[in-house]
Design a protein around this ligand. Structure first.
Ligand code: UP5
Ligand code: MG
Length: 194
């Protein structure tokens, strides 16, 4: 695909901040393709014959970041496939969450236009994830994994947000309020920045 014709918005924020929820809403009202790195990894983990399925499961359950080669290849393939169907605008949800991923993706795939950062207190995220865990079936929606995800987010992923903040690329969204109120802020950011 041609880099000039692809618009990428990174959607970052802690576990359970509401990244997926807001991206799903944006897709209904705007011409975006929603690519969740976590969803792509879970699909690859579940795929028959995957050589990296067991490895992905281990990283996700431990709340660790899967090696970037795997995730970037999944994202690149998904972008290529959608581009072939005439899609040019992408919400990349839950990625990059480690510095090496941020640098490699922008160098090798395409630079991002801007970053939506969902800011949410841990207590609220914990409550949301424990509630979702009753039905989600996700290997990482349990207290032990959630705590590990929080730790990784603070230590490994926040530096990525700060890196983009220094470039003036981050729009901070306060998430501790009803979905529709968060969405108003999200739409305002999209309309201003893209
Ligand atoms: N909810 C949402 N918004 C709400 C609101 N405003 N008010 C009340 N409730 C709200 O929302 C979570 C729950 O909260 C839902 O039940 C929702 O209804 C409710 P959701 O939109 O799903 O939040 P989201 O931020 O998407 O949470 P998610 O759990 O998906 O975030 P994570 O970042 O933890 O998960 P992800 O799937 O991105 O990654 C999982 C794992 O994959 C990582 O821990 C890591 O091990 C691995 N990974 C990598 O290794 N590399 C990557 O690049 C990406 C992932
Ligand atoms: Mg999600």
């Amino acid at each position: 695909f041609s880099k000039e014709q692809v618009n990428v918005v990174f959607v970052l924020g802690g576990p359970g901040a509401g990244k997926g929820t807001q991206c799903s809403k944006l897709v209904q009202d705007h011409d975006f393709v929603h690519l969740s790195a976590g969803d792509l990894l879970r699909a690859e983990q579940a795929r028959d014959g995957s050589e990296v399925g067991a490895l992905i499961k281990h990283y996700i359950t431990e709340g660790l970041i899967v090696p970037q080669e795997i995730t970037i290849q999944l994202l690149n393939n998904a972008i290529k496939e959608s581009y072939g169907r005439g899609k040019h605008n992408f919400l990349i949800d839950g990625f990059p969450r480690k510095m090496d991923q941020a640098i490699t993706f922008e160098e090798v795939v395409v630079p991002s236009k801007f970053v939506l950062f969902f800011d949410c207190p841990e207590t609220v995220m914990m409550e949301r994830l424990m509630e979702r865990g009753k039905t989600s079936g996700r290997d990482d929606d349990n207290v032990e994994s959630i705590k590990k995800r929080f730790k990784t987010f603070e230590e490994t992923s926040m530096p990525v947000v700060e890196y983009f903040e220094k470039q003036g690329k981050v729009v901070r969204i306060v998430c501790d309020k009803p979905v529709d109120e968060v969405y108003k802020e999200v739409e305002r950011a999209i309309n201003e920045k893209l």
